[in-house]
Design a protein around this ligand. Sequence first.
Ligand code: CP
Length: 320
Amino acid sequence: MRTFLHVADIGPLGQALEEAAEIKHERYRYEQLGRHKTVLLIFFNNSLRTRLSTQKAARNLGLDVIVLDVNQGAWKLETERGVVMDGDKSEHLLEAIPVMASFCDLIGVRTFAGLTDREADYAENVLSQFVRYSGRPVFSMESATAHPLQAFADLITINEYKEKARPKVVLTWAPHPRALPQAVPNSFAQWMQAADVDFVITHPEGYELDPLFAGNARVEYDQMKALEGADFVYAKNWSCPGVTRPADYGKILCNDRSWTIDSAHMAVTADAHFMHCLPVRRNMIVTDDVIESPRSLVIPEAANREISATVVLKRMLENL
Ligand code: CP
């Protein structure tokens, strides 16, 4: 595997899930694979789970790890070609990428959507330059439009906790005080479409996800109707993807707190498990009682980030 950006990069999901189960059972089994090799983790924005889980995964495989926080201690990077660099950015990505690549064997990149220019965000301007110019295998640790390590961990979690062969999984929009990217719901939708689940998305009108990720997933605008009989409820906020309203890309279109997942929402499900990628704003996205209930999976879901990252790094090391 040379890149890990989308579900297609992981190949057959059944095989990936088997590998995840094997690694979870014996997570140091491949600790010789990364000997004398280095992974560079580059963060353009904040992270708790991705930062910790990817480092732990790398160490499971015997890799040396270098973490670079671009905005804390490194030169500010220009990402656009053709810019006269007379501002506060001292270095261009086009020099920085090959320099960074010379110190490592694998590169993980965490970027964030600007949420002002849909075309630029969906072109993945920063991540695509790492793929093109580093000469190294590159994996996404969340980009402007996708978060595949999260979606893989979500799938592992659903596979572990499902109580029927083909569970009903509902992705529901929920309110948030700040405009957030579509990366998590995009990848979750993409991975659920590829998995053997009954998948439904529910959100207020205007929040339609890009078909590039959501495919032809069923959308039900009535949240309560969507949640009926659900086995897994995956809550997440996202800002307007600009699919049906291009001028509103990145904006908050709705603040309706009736979309917050509470016990009344969970009561219409089939005693569903609650999921969220974290970090979560309590009593905006989900009420205290739901996230603290025995059916909440947010902690095992986060813990599975180590497993998804270990599988991905192992695959990359095997193909160096
Ligand atoms: N879910 C997730 O990616 O968390 P962090 O932003 O803390 O890495």
